[in-house]
Ligand binder design. Structure first.
Ligand SMILES: Cc1cc2nc3c(=O)[nH]c(=O)nc-3n(C[C@H](O)[C@H](O)[C@H](O)COP(=O)(O)OP(=O)(O)OC[C@H]3O[C@@H](n4cnc5c(N)ncnc54)[C@H](O)[C@@H]3O)c2cc1C
Length: 306
């Protein structure tokens, strides 16, 4: 828990970010979790994922935009991704973060930018997942999602909820009324005990409650986790309730538990791999290290190897 908090703290340090992104050995290590710096590298990675029987979700990494001009560039990148998905004939949707569309500059700007991308996805028959970030922006992210969902179809825009937040079960109940497609995950940010369960066992228990609520709802949702116990509980619950394998999807991160991704796909489950790419990989990479302390040994070992 201490290591997790320390790494999540480091993930937000600009100075370290600038150092890490210029330090070649560190950069090389990111290839475990990041598909590359360019869209072509991400397309190639997604092709391999598709060949293995899984679908994908593009994520252009850039959480710290500081000017409206940068947010416009992010919108262009996503329009380009949506075009590339069609041209390359790959099976993928896209994931966006409202912070990269200007949430911290002005929520209205983030809404307008996200709207452009969702409209383009709708035009092309594709889907945009709005990722969830830190708890300070949970409510505004949900508000913007609701505005988008009011205008666009169930199958054009979806949202993410995090089981570490106390509020999540109720948020899920409310969103299911619209209805909305939800990705449930545990949550990757440093949150205080006022808003989030400090104990992992409570986070996991809440995850299972929300997973059951989602699966029983009849809407197509994403069960995003690498936790074998939660995956097994999902498989069991679906079987017990007579919910088909096509009624939901498992989602996992690029480079994490590839064996499990392939096994589930071979067993006939739908599996979607979240594929991040881009130059601004530092905070994303640090969150992945925080999730599993053993990953730090992987970093140290590889650095010593040169
Ligand atoms: C598709 C997808 C989308 C996500 N979107 C969001 C989002 O929008 N907002 C958000 O806050 N979080 C998001 N997350 C991250 C999520 O919240 C968790 O931080 C992350 O998935 C780790 O939790 P876990 O469910 O795998 O369980 P954990 O209990 O953390 O891990 C279970 C097991 O999975 C393996 N594992 C987990 N993480 C790693 C890792 N980094 N490296 C190696 N092995 C690992 C280990 O074997 C570990 O024992 C997303 C995760 C996925 C899979």
């Amino acid at each position: 828990m201490v290591i997790r908090s320390a790494l999540l703290y480091l993930s937000q340090l600009e100075g370290l970010k600038n150092f890490a992104t210029r330090f070649p050995p560190f950069k090389k290590l990111t290839t475990r979790f990041v598909a590359g710096e360019t869209i072509d590298e991400a397309v190639a990675a997604i092709r391999r994922i598709n060949e293995a029987g899984c679908s994908a979700s593009f994520d252009h990494l850039n959480e710290s935009v500081t000017s409206p001009a940068e947010t416009t560039a992010e919108v262009s990148e996503y329009l380009h991704i949506l075009e590339q998905i069609e041209l390359a004939k790959i099976d993928s949707n896209v994931s966006i973060k409202l912070s990269q569309f200007g949430l911290e500059i002005d929520p209205e700007l983030a809404y307008k930018n996200a709207r452009i991308v969702v409209a383009e996805a709708a035009r092309r028959g594709n889907f945009v997942r709005v990722d969830m970030e830190g708890s300070l922006v949970t409510q505004v992210t949900l508000d913007i999602f609701r505005r988008l969902r009011a205008e666009f179809d169930l199958n054009n825009v979806g949202i993410v909820l995090q089981s570490y937040l106390y509020r999540t079960y109720e948020d899920a109940q409310a969103l299911l009324q619209i209805p909305a497609r939800i990705r449930i995950c545990k949550g990757a940010y440093n949150e205080p005990p006022e808003v989030a369960y400090p104990e992992k066992k409570d986070v996991d228990e809440n995850y299972l409650r929300v997973m059951k609520l989602l699966l029983a709802s009849g809407t197509y949702h994403g069960i995003a986790t690498h936790d074998p116990r939660i995956i097994e509980a999902t498989v069991q619950f679906a079987r017990q309730e007579g919910i088909g394998k096509e009624a939901f999807e498992f989602q996992m991160l690029y480079g994490v538990r590839r064996d499990l991704q392939l096994r589930l796909a071979r067993d006939g489950y739908k599996v979607r791999v979240y594929v991040p790419y881009g130059k601004h990989w530092y905070p994303y990479f640090m969150r992945r290290l925080a999730e599993r302390p053993a990953n730090i040994w992987f970093v140290i070992k590889n650095m010593l190897k040169g």
